[in-house]
Structures are given as structure tokens and as C-alpha cells.
Write a protein that binds this ligand. Structure first.
Ligand code: SF4
Length: 351
């Protein structure tokens, strides 16, 4: 009689995939290598390299992985928080609602492109390196999650669903001004269609109605308020420089996309260098987007009267203003009120 083929559990399949992909085996040593290609040299600063081979290594995170014999067992992901508590982030902790944010590795850092419409300037200035993202172990944790998204999408989405449901019932909500709602931002440092993916997998029905989803995007057609399942998904378009998309072989006119979104009544985020924000940008009202991260959930949409979420440029510690302006000039496209910045001649003066 033919031997019946063992049906692998999702975890076993994942482990098998990883081992096959990377020739990965765990020994008693904590050091595990996951080879991947660095597509953006800027990442080299904080991904440790194996001194012998020069290959990037992921160490601390996998060192915590529960092991079964010599096989990686990623089941600990079932228990760990995929999303960060908004309380640990300077901006989200000012939110009116209890907030959870999912941080992955942006752009092509994990080998797959998580931000298809990212511009060269926004990749350089990406806030993924700000705050806690500065630390190598935080980056490693995000990288591992990014691998799981790629290799084991359904498992990842199921964990997200569980954690969103738990958050919707959490007593932590009571500390916030809006005690009834919970805000979820799934693209803290990525630009993926998570809500569509969860909906396709049938995972949105069980999520309670008190959950509000919001995000920023570089996709012009993703911005606005879109009904996905029973949720109004609120998405703000992000201004960056116009740039040539080498994959699509065409220019991306970000300014035009931003103005079209404003005309439709959507919100657009614009980064300004300076100590105070202008009142208007291209005739549209600018409000302080740094006030709180979930502000976009409370802005009414009126056709022809879109609102600009003005964000003040965050200059990393230890970087001089002029150096930073010079390197970020392609991204920080608006300079309104900072004379030093204007005098560099590097930036467009605010309109
Ligand atoms: S699209 Fe957003 S998350 Fe992606 S690289 Fe640009 S700024 Fe970072």
C-alpha cells in the first residue's frame, strides 16, 4: 500500500519553505544567517554584516525563536505583538483613540517591494529609521515580520486579525478621549493593500465595528475614504518629489496627484521645513498634522475643499540642518518659513 503523504501544518510548511529558500539550519549557535540582497545601500548602516562573508545577518531576533530540535519554529509569532502600541510613539501617543501601528521594513529592504510608489527622496528620508527604528534589534524584528508577510501571508493576516480583535476589546481604550474606538494603522512603514488582503481572506467580518483603519499612501488612487467590507478606510496621500519611475518607465507627477486628491476633498500630507506651518498650500487650508496621528479620521471630506496635513520635517539627532536639507531636498519639497533653509536655494519656497 502506498504510504500516505504527511500533510504539513502551516508552521511546518513555513519552516520547510524557509529552509529550502535559504538553506537555513539552526545549530546550537545563536547566529543564523538569512541571505538577502541589499537593494538600498543606505540600509547597510544598521544591518549587521557577517565579517567573513560580508552577508547581512539577522541575529538577535532569530535568537529568540523557540526551537524544536534543529528546526526553526516561528510559532512564537502567534504570541508576540505584530503591531506596536501607539503609546511608544511620540505622535501616536497623542491620538484620541487607542492606536496600534504595524511596522515592517519599507521599500525593497526585505527583498520584496513593500512601497511600490516610493520615491528616491522618501526612501532616503523614511521615518522607519526614526525613534525606536534606530535600534538594530527593532530593525531585525521588522525584517523578520517582513519575511513572514512574504512567505506566509495568510498566517500573518490571521495573527493581525486576532490582535486587532483583542485591541478592540482592550481596557487600554479607556485612557483615551475617544473611549469607544480603536485606531489601526497597518502601513506604519510600508504601503501594502492589507485591508484588501484581509477582506479577500475573509478576515474582516469578525472585526468589531469600533475599529477605525487609517494610513498614508503614495498611491494616488488609494487615497480618500474607501469602503472595504464594512469599514471606511481613511487614507491620506503623501506629497514627495516628482520622480522617474524606472520600473514603469514614466514620470510620476506627485504634485499633480496631490492637487487632484485635494480637489476631490481628500487629505494630503505635506512636509514643511520651518518653525511654523503656512496657513494655505495652493489655496488649500493647512492644519497641523503633528497634533495627533489619527487626526485624518476626524476631517470631513468636502469636494473642492481638501485639507493639507502639514508635517514639520523631523531632523534626526546628530545631523546638521544644512546637511539634512541637502540630502532630503528631493523629498522635503516645501519650505515655508525657515530663512536659513530658503537661503540654501535648495528647496522650493512655500506657495
Ligand atoms: S513610501 Fe513611506 S514607508 Fe515607503 S519608503 Fe517612502 S516614506 Fe518610507
Amino acid at each position: 500500500m502506498a504510504k500516505s503523504k504527511k500533510v504539513l501544518t502551516q508552521f511546518e510548511q513555513y519552516e520547510k519553505n524557509v529552509r529550502q529558500r535559504d538553506g537555513l539550519r539552526i545549530t546550537n549557535k545563536p547566529l543564523v544567517q538569512i541571505p538577502f540582497k541589499i537593494l538600498n545601500p543606505a540600509w547597510e548602516d544598521y544591518i549587521p554584516l557577517n565579517p567573513k562573508t560580508g552577508t547581512p545577518i539577522v541575529t538577535a531576533m532569530l535568537g529568540k525563536v523557540t526551537r524544536k530540535g534543529e528546526v526553526i519554529n516561528l510559532s512564537y509569532l502567534e504570541k508576540s505583538n505584530l503591531m506596536g502600541d501607539g503609546d511608544s510613539n511620540a505622535k501616536t501617543k497623542k491620538n484620541d483613540r487607542y492606536t496600534l501601528v504595524l511596522y515592517l521594513t519599507p521599500a525593497s529592504k526585505s527583498g520584496a517591494n513593500f512601497c511600490e510608489m516610493a520615491s528616491p527622496g522618501c526612501i532616503w528620508s523614511c521615518l522607519s529609521q526614526a525613534g525606536r527604528g534606530f535600534f538594530a534589534n527593532v530593525q531585525q524584528a521588522r525584517l523578520l515580520k517582513s519575511y513572514v508577510v512574504q512567505d506566509f501571508e495568510l498566517f500573518f493576516l490571521q495573527q493581525l486579525q486576532k490582535q486587532i480583535i483583542a485591541a478592540s476589546k482592550s481596557s487600554k481604550r479607556n485612557k483615551f478621549k475617544n473611549k469607544n474606538e480603536v485606531a489601526i494603522r497597518l502601513n506604519g512603514t510600508s504601503d501594502l493593500p492589507f485591508l484588501e488582503m484581509m477582506n479577500k481572506a475573509g478576515l474582516l467580518d469578525a472585526i468589531p465595528n469600533n475599529v477605525r483603519f487609517y494610513d498614508y499612501t503614495k498611491f494616488p488612487n488609494k487615497a480618500g475614504v474607501r469602503k472595504i467590507n464594512k469599514f471606511d478606510y481613511v487614507v491620506t496621500y503623501s506629497r514627495c518629489e516628482d520622480y522617474f519611475d524606472r520600473i514603469a518607465g514614466k514620470w510620476v507627477d506627485n504634485l499633480n496627484n496631490a492637487l487632484q486628491n485635494l480637489e476631490k476633498g481628500n487629505t494630503v500630507a505635506v512636509v514643511f521645513v520651518g518653525n511654523k506651518l503656512p496657513n494655505f498650500w495652493f489655496g488649500y487650508q493647512v492644519i497641523d498634522g503633528d497634533e495627533r496621528d489619527d487626526l485624518m479620521l476626524d476631517i470631513p471630506r468636502i469636494k473642492g475643499r481638501g485639507i493639507v496635513l502639514g508635517l514639520k520635517a523631523k531632523i534626526p539627532k546628530g545631523v546638521g540642518l544644512m546637511e539634512w536639507v541637502a540630502k532630503s531636498k528631493d523629498f522635503i519639497v516645501e519650505c515655508d518659513s525657515f530663512d536659513d533653509c530658503r537661503s540654501t536655494g535648495l528647496l522650493t519656497i512655500g506657495k
